[in-house]
Design a protein around this ligand. Structure first.
Ligand SMILES: *Cc1c(COP(=O)(O)O)cnc(C)c1O
Length: 394
C-alpha cells in the first residue's frame, strides 16, 4: 500500500484522537527508525520515553521470540515463573515489597488510587479517601486518572469527574500542608512532571512531601511511569531524593515497548488488596513478564541509568550552548535523559522542522520541546541531534 492511501485510510477509519506526523514508520534499530519512503530518523522520542534500550534490542527481541514460542498467556489463576521473577527483581532493586501487574500507566495509577483508598479506609476511617494531586500533572486517561491529572485541557467534555481529588500547585510544600487533613488518603505526584512541561522540583520537595505525609498518616504515591527505568540517571527518580514512597507506579519503559504496567508497594500497605479485590486479565502474562525481565536485566547489567546521567550531562551542555546562541530558548531543564527546552514561542513548528531534517522529538505542553532518547544513546548521536536542532531553531 502506498503511503498516501494509508494516510487517507487512517483519516477515514480511525477515531480521530491523534494529530499524527504525515509519515508512516516501518522499521527500527537502536537509535534509528525508517519510514515507508526509506527515510531515516534519529529517534530522540523513544516512543514516548518507552524504548529505553532502543528499537529491536537483540535481548528484547530474543526474549519475545522465546516467550512467544513457550507460553504467551495463562490467567492469574495460576502461578507463572516470569511474573514472579520480575516481581522479585523489582522489589530487590527498589523500596518495594510487593508488585501488582497490569497493562498501562493509567491502570497502574488506578491500582495505586484503589489501594490507597482501601488501605486508608481499613486503617483509619471510612471518609478517608481523598487524593491530593498536583496542578499540571499527568497520570493517564481513565476517568480516575484523568481526574488526578491536573490539566483542564485533558478533562474538557468528560465531566462529571471522580469525587475525592484535590489539586495544589507543584513544588509547593505549603500548599500540600494546607490541603492535608483527616480525609487525605494519599499524595500522588510525579518526581519530575513529564507531560506537564518537564518540571523539576526543588531538591527539598520529595523529602518535604515524605515528612508531611508521615505526619498526617497519608501515603506517598510516586508516579514513575515516565521517570522510572533509569530515565533520569537513577533506576528510579526517587533515588535522587534520599526518601522512598509507599507506592510507585511504572509502565512506559518497563518492557521496552510491549504493553505493561506495575504498581510497586510497601508492606503492609500492599496487603490491603486481598484475593479478588483487584485484578487484570492480561496483567503480567508470561510473555510480557519475560520481556520486562530481559529489559530490566539488560538495563542493570549495562548500567544504563549511569549512562543516562552521563549522556544527559553531555546533551544538556550542548543545549545550553544552543541557548546562548538562540534567544528563542528560554530555559533548558530536566534530569538524565528527560530534558525539556522551554521556548518563547510554540514548540510544534520546531518539532516539524526536526522531523523534516531526520530527528524525532516530543513536546511537553505548548512551548516546551522534550527529548527522551533511548538510554543507549552515545555522544556522537547526541551531537548529530544537537546540529539538527540548531538548524531547526533558526
Ligand atoms: C504516560 C504517562 C501515564 C499514562 O500511561 P499510559 O500507559 O498511557 O496509560 C501516566 N503517568 C505518567 C507520568 C506518564 O508519563
Amino acid at each position: 500500500m502506498d503511503t498516501k492511501t494509508l494516510l487517507e485510510w487512517s483519516d477515514r477509519y480511525h477515531v480521530p484522537t491523534y494529530a499524527r506526523a504525515p509519515i508512516c514508520l516501518v522499521r527500527g534499530e537502536g537509535m534509528r527508525v525508517w519510514d515507508s519512503e526509506g527515510r531515516e530518523y534519529l529517534d530522540f522520542a523513544a516512543g514516548i520515553a518507552v524504548v529505553a534500550l532502543g528499537h529491536c534490542h537483540p535481548r528484547v527481541t530474543g526474549a519475545i521470540q522465546e516467550a512467544a514460542a513457550t507460553l504467551i498467556h495463562v490467567s492469574n489463576l495460576f502461578y507463572t515463573a516470569p511474573q514472579t521473577q520480575l516481581a522479585r527483581l523489582l522489589c530487590e532493586h527498589s523500596f518495594g515489597d510487593r508488585v501488582f501487574f497490569c497493562n498501562s500507566g493509567a491502570e497502574a495509577n488506578e491500582s495505586a488510587i484503589k489501594l490507597a483508598r482501601r488501605y486508608s479506609r481499613e486503617h483509619f476511617a471510612s471518609d478517608r479517601y481523598e487524593i491530593i494531586a498536583m496542578q499540571n500533572s499527568f497520570h493517564g486517561r481513565t476517568l480516575a486518572t484523568l481526574t488526578a491529572t491536573g490539566q483542564e485541557k485533558y478533562r474538557h467534555g468528560f465531566e462529571p469527574l471522580m469525587p475525592g481529588f484535590k489539586h495544589v500547585p507543584y513544588n509547593d510544600l505549603r500548599a500540600v500542608e494546607r490541603a492535608l487533613d483527616s480525609r487525605t488518603a494519599a499524595v500522588l505526584v510525579e518526581p519530575i512532571q513529564g507531560e506537564g512541561g518537564v518540571n523539576v522540583p526543588d531538591d527539598g520537595y520529595l523529602p518535604g512531601l515524605r515528612k508531611l505525609c508521615d505526619e498526617a498518616g497519608a501515603l506517598l504515591i510516586l508516579d514513575e511511569v515516565q521517570t522510572g527505568m533509569g530515565r533520569t540517571g537513577a533506576l528510579w527518580a526517587y533515588q535522587h531524593s534520599g526518601v522512598e514512597p509507599d507506592i510507585m507506579t511504572l509502565a512506559k519503559a518497563l518492557a521496552n515497548g510491549i504493553p505493561i504496567g506495575a504498581m510497586v508497594a510497601r508492606d503492609p500497605v500492599a496487603r490491603a488488596l486481598t484475593a479478588g479485590s483487584h485484578a487484570s486479565t492480561f496483567g503480567g502474562t508470561p510473555f510480557v513478564a519475560s520481556v520486562a525481565l530481559a529489559t530490566l536485566t539488560t538495563l542493570l547489567e549495562e548500567k544504563l541509568p549511569e549512562r543516562a546521567a552521563r549522556m544527559g550531562r553531555h546533551l544538556t551542555a550542548g543545549l545550553l550552548a544552543l541557548k546562548a546562541k538562540h534567544p528563542v530558548i528560554r530555559e533548558v531543564r530536566g534530569k538524565g535523559l528527560l530534558i525539556g527546552i522551554e521556548l518563547t514561542r510554540p514548540a510544534a513548528p520546531v518539532v516539524v522542522a526536526c522531523l523534516e531534517a531526520g530527528l524525532l522529538i516530543l513536546t511537553a505542553g505548548d512551548t516546551v520541546l522534550r527529548l527522551a532518547p533511548p538510554l543507549i544513546v552515545d555522544e556522537a548521536t547526541c551531537d548529530r541531534a544537537l546540529a539538527i536542532l540548531d538548524a531547526a531553531l533558526r
